[in-house]
Write a protein that binds this ligand. Structure first.
Ligand code: IPE
Ligand code: IPE
Ligand code: MG
Length: 251
């Protein structure tokens, strides 16, 4: 049964000409621009991240309501440890508090939580909150929401190669599908649409294996200002693209 917010976004999508039967199954988002958004307002960077959390709550709800199957968001990269200690610890606390605050709502909305990244390097209390989020939503069958935290695409490939070598697989058996199978979430399909906010035209080490053929949509809007209308813009743009995967476009 659709919620009232659910039927609203479906109506809006339809009125914009979005074909609900051809939604991207998996949307990945590089949530960038929190710092610049805060700077522009004369606020501290952490307030930008806090506002970014509010945006994320809306996007998770919207993707669930639209019927998107997978949403993966880049919350903290393996390279973000290079930031000042105050920002790093503030982000860790924000993510921990957010997970604790949202677990019951996520479960009630039938959203299944996954984590991508090296969890063993995170503060123990954050790890506990993330594990509780995974456990309490493990039976959910709606949107699969993957939070990429301490995530690096290269690190993920390194971890896959280690696992392959440890399992004794000989070199001649190494094919692309085998590497895919050893990534953090082999059951999650590759992203169809990759959105980056705040204008930067780069991947920043996000899903570099899986996004080989993702359609990239970059918007100048900073993550704290990203809303339902921006999400629908990106989906509409995705539906205007012709995906060819190296072949020729169907005539
Ligand atoms: C994205 O916003 C969030 C994280 C990387 C954690 P930024 O903090 O990178 O914001 P800008 O790019 O400095 O504006
Ligand atoms: C990518 O943004 C990481 C996240 C959004 C979590 P960055 O702000 O870290 O990327 P660069 O440094 O501009 O490439
Ligand atoms: Mg940034």
């Amino acid at each position: 049964m659709a919620t009232s917010s659910g039927s609203k976004i479906l109506r809006e999508a339809t009125s914009r000409g979005i074909d609900l039967s051809h939604l991207p199954a998996h949307i990945a988002v590089i949530m960038d621009g929190n710092g610049r958004w805060a700077n522009k307002k004369g606020l501290g960077r952490l307030l930008g991240h806090r506002e970014g959390y509010n945006t994320l709550k809306g996007v998770v709800r919207d993707c669930g309501d639209l019927g998107v199957r997978y949403l993966t968001v880049y919350a903290f990269s393996a390279e973000n440890w290079r930031r000042p200690e105050e920002e790093v610890s503030g982000l860790m606390k924000l993510i921990e508090g957010a997970m604790i605050e949202q677990i019951s709502q996520l479960a009630a909305s039938n959203v299944r939580v996954q984590i991508a990244g090296r969890m063993n390097e995170l503060p123990p209390s954050l790890r506990d909150a993330l594990n509780k989020g995974i456990q309490d939503t493990s039976g959910c069958t709606g949107l699969t929401f993957t939070l990429a935290i301490n995530y690096g695409g290269r690190a993920e490939i390194v971890d896959a190669v280690k696992a392959i070598i440890e399992s004794g697989i000989p070199a001649h058996d190494i094919i692309e599908e085998l590497i895919s199978k050893h990534l953090y979430h082999p059951q999650t399909p590759e992203p169809d649409l990759m959105i980056r906010t705040a204008g930067e035209m780069r991947w920043s080490n996000f899903l570099i294996w899986q996004a080989a053929y993702a359609e990239l949509v970059v918007t100048d809007v900073s993550w704290p200002d990203f809303d339902t209308s921006q999400l629908l813009n990106a989906v509409a743009e995705y539906q205007r693209r012709t995906r060819k995967f190296g072949a020729l476009a169907p005539s």
